[in-house]
Design a protein around this ligand. Sequence first.
Ligand SMILES: NC(=O)c1ccc[n+]([C@@H]2O[C@H](COP(=O)([O-])OP(=O)(O)OC[C@H]3O[C@@H](n4cnc5c(N)ncnc54)[C@H](OP(=O)(O)O)[C@@H]3O)[C@@H](O)[C@H]2O)c1
Length: 297
Amino acid sequence: MRLLVLGGTKNLGRHVVEAALADGHEVTLFNRGLTNPGLFPSVRRIVGDRSAPEGLTSGEWDGVIDMSGFLVRDVGLSANVLRDRCGHYTYMSSIAVYASKTDVGMTEDALLLDWPADAPEDQFSMDLYGPSKVRCESLLTATFGERTAAVRSGFVAGPYNPDFGNWGQALARGLPMECDARPDQPIQYLDARDLAAFLLHLTVHRIPGPFNAVGPTRTMAEVAAAWRSVVPDPPAMDWSPAVERFHLPHDGSNDGTFLLDNSRALEAGLHLRPDAETARDYVAWVQDGNIPPEPPH
Ligand SMILES: NC(=O)c1ccc[n+]([C@@H]2O[C@H](COP(=O)([O-])OP(=O)(O)OC[C@H]3O[C@@H](n4cnc5c(N)ncnc54)[C@H](OP(=O)(O)O)[C@@H]3O)[C@@H](O)[C@H]2O)c1
């Protein structure tokens, strides 16, 4: 398949590109050439900025995977130029689209955030992250109809991505494992490689619609126990670290974010590897000298 990846060189996107190349797809990257410019030297790259996507005005692709769509204006520009020259368009969205942060078991049909009146469509701010994702999803549906999917993920871990604060380093070096969340805090997360495989799967098989691409809900203590199981003599857990590590509100005001219904994604083909595999690979990646990126705030 001729596959266009918008982005593809930082944390999540690099796994998409690796998975696509491993499956024999013909990949084109579109990015500014700023982030890890030496990555994937044999892959065709169109250098350009999403705010002026002239580089996309020629060429045809069977599928597009959009990892870098934050601004409504920019997503609108690339959707317009690609409308008649691509097959399926898979958009990397977020669980930040949901209006409620406390409802339990939200499906993809749950109420989404509104777009604030007079908000700018061409400037990024964290306040607009969720509303922008909602607007980009609906813009893409209006443009591509049944030819588009939106993948809503939350916390994503794994090599080249953050872990739960310091867990990879702690397990690799015998330091206390720190976490500034309640031990009974519900949590859902996904291995970055499982996310990449799902993005690719939806694109190759042209599966439309929104998907909660998240793992099962467990407590932080259960996830910590699974991660600790991968070393013979695991370090102690510190649930009140002096430094803020993986802070989640202790009052439950964000718990619904990690109690999402993922059945639609599982039925569509989302594969979830065991925690121990993610943890083992992560620790090995840290031991290889890689410095984990900061988790999102
Ligand atoms: N990490 C998480 O836990 C998480 C959770 C949910 C959703 N997401 C979503 O995942 C996506 C980001 O993942 P990622 O950063 O790991 O993706 P990525 O595809 O690995 O990296 C971002 C890419 O976008 C390119 N880029 C950035 N600004 C650009 C611009 N103005 N024009 C053209 N290219 C641009 C960067 O290259 P250049 O700098 O060279 O241009 C880079 O290749 C976002 O859509 C985010 O909302 C992430």
